[in-house]
Design a protein. Sequence first.
Length: 217
Amino acid sequence: MTFLNEKEKQTVYKTILNRRDVRSFLPKPVPSDAIDRILEAAHHAPSVGFMQPWNFILVSSYEVKERLAWAAEKERKALAIHYEGEKETKFLRLKVEGLKEAPLTICVTCDPTKGGAHVLGRNSIPETDMLSTACAIQNMWLASFAEGLALGWVSFYKKEDIRNILKIPPHIEPVALLSIGYTDKYPEKPILESVNWEKRQSLKDRISHNEWKDSSN
Ligand SMILES: Cc1cc2nc3c(=O)[nH]c(=O)nc-3n(C[C@H](O)[C@H](O)[C@H](O)COP(=O)(O)O)c2cc1C
């Protein structure tokens, strides 16, 4: 195996730094070969004990997407009581619209029982199965960027609603709803930064040597 040359290395960092969470999509269909490559990227993620706990439910039916959006909208309303001001609730609503707009939604699930009772490494930290699934999702996010596609991660929903809509068994975790499609508004910086919700914090303050120290507070 050879490592990357300089140009390839820069491309990897460019992808990591420019990938964004997106919430508005064009109706233009997504090529199935691009989706195949994105799923292949997901399936090459690292996983604890190589358990590969993920499954992918591809939702292209508008009716099913509407039901998923209904579940997210219900949760958005419940969350809205924590925020004051129109901007915040409007902002959360946009993400729900994205669920209906995007031509494809992928529900990524995690099966904690995959690999049987003794998955190497997972016995010490059980949530490593979910962490492995998150690695798969990040691969999808980066691969989507490489394909010129936008991806948005929705996690505000009640898992039971998503299980009901997508007929997911009770022991399987619906980890994420990912909206995928083309966009004419790929954000240059995190949307939450643009709307002054939060900004990227200093990395320098997060690094310590030989013992815990957090200078960011
Ligand atoms: C685990 C996880 C869950 C997320 N859930 C939501 C969500 O429910 N709604 C939403 O609008 N964005 C969600 N996001 C996207 C984040 O808001 C976004 O990644 C963050 O604001 C940074 O922006 P960036 O991804 O463009 O860098 C989620 C991201 C992660 C990693």
